[in-house]
Design a binder for this molecule. Structure first.
Ligand SMILES: O=C(O)[C@H](O)[C@@H](O)[C@H](O)[C@H](O)COP(=O)(O)O
Length: 242
């Protein structure tokens, strides 16, 4: 595991963007596509906004990117809560990724049908490859959740077979569609982005504490062969560096 600690949110976004440009370039020297799963949240949003600036935009061969999502709220795509909408607004509407290479988690199907449809796409991409995604970008909630693996959602946290599933989240009164640990843990790289003092206590538990994935679901993300990186700011890392 690699831990990168930035001074603040700006530096955090810059270090992820720099690393991303270099990593995408390196992967595309060996293969003709780069598969990435995006996440929701304010930290990825900042990253997207940076990637479309002049400094970064032309350093990525967007035509070779294949875009997926880590999870989605079961709301229409034009709803402000939609993770897909956020990614389109802040990134995808501004860069030339071919539309057929962008795979949203559909919310015009029933939740379980949507998860099954997503699994089919994932299997078509990854059944014959040694790893799944080239990169999964993840956030971590203040409660230690990642993807839609929320504390106490035991069945989803410990899923062993399915690559995507749906779940009802009482606390938010909505369904969600999410990737599961088995597909994420087969990826070539996973990068968590976490910023802010609100995450300090939980981040310390997730990274240095005992393995309690029902309490801190982010702990189930442990790539089997791939790299695990944490890009955090000082505020979030407070509990670790103290
Ligand atoms: O779908 C969601 O409920 C959110 O997108 C959520 O999972 C988010 O990724 C984390 O809470 C981290 O968010 P921040 O980057 O804003 O801290």
């Amino acid at each position: 595991m690699q831990l990168h600690i930035a001074d603040n949110m700006e530096e955090l976004s810059t270090s992820v963007a720099n690393w991303l440009v270099q990593y995408i370039g390196q992967v595309l020297e060996k293969q003709d596509r780069f598969t990435i799963a995006l996440s929701g949240g304010s930290t990825p949003k900042k990253l997207h906004e940076l990637l479309i600036t002049e400094a970064y935009r032309d350093k990525i061969d967007w035509s070779k990117l294949h875009i997926f999502w880590g999870d989605e709220r079961y709301v229409p795509i034009d709803n402000e809560l939609s993770n897909a909408k956020m990614a389109y607004d802040t990134l995808l509407n501004h860069v030339p990724v071919p539309a057929e290479q962008i795979h949203i988690m559909r919310t015009d199907l029933e939740p379980e049908a949507s998860a099954a449809a997503y699994e089919s796409i994932l299997h078509a991409y990854f059944d014959n490859t040694p790893t799944t995604f080239d990169l999964v970008l993840l956030g971590m909630g203040d409660d230690g959740h990642t993807l839609s693996l929320f504390p106490g959602k035991t069945e989803v946290i410990h899923e062993q077979q399915r690559w995507a599933t749906s779940l009802w989240l009482e606390s938010q009164n909505m369904y969600r569609i999410t990737l599961t640990a088995p597909v994420v843990n087969k990826s070539a790289a996973v990068a968590f982005l976490a910023a802010g003092a609100n995450k300090a206590v939980v981040l310390k538990e997730v990274i240095t504490g005992a393995h309690q994935p029902d309490v801190y679901p982010s702990q189930v993300i442990r790539p089997e062969k791939g790299h695990l990186m944490w890009f955090v700011d000082k505020a979030a890392a407070g509990g670790i560096s103290e």
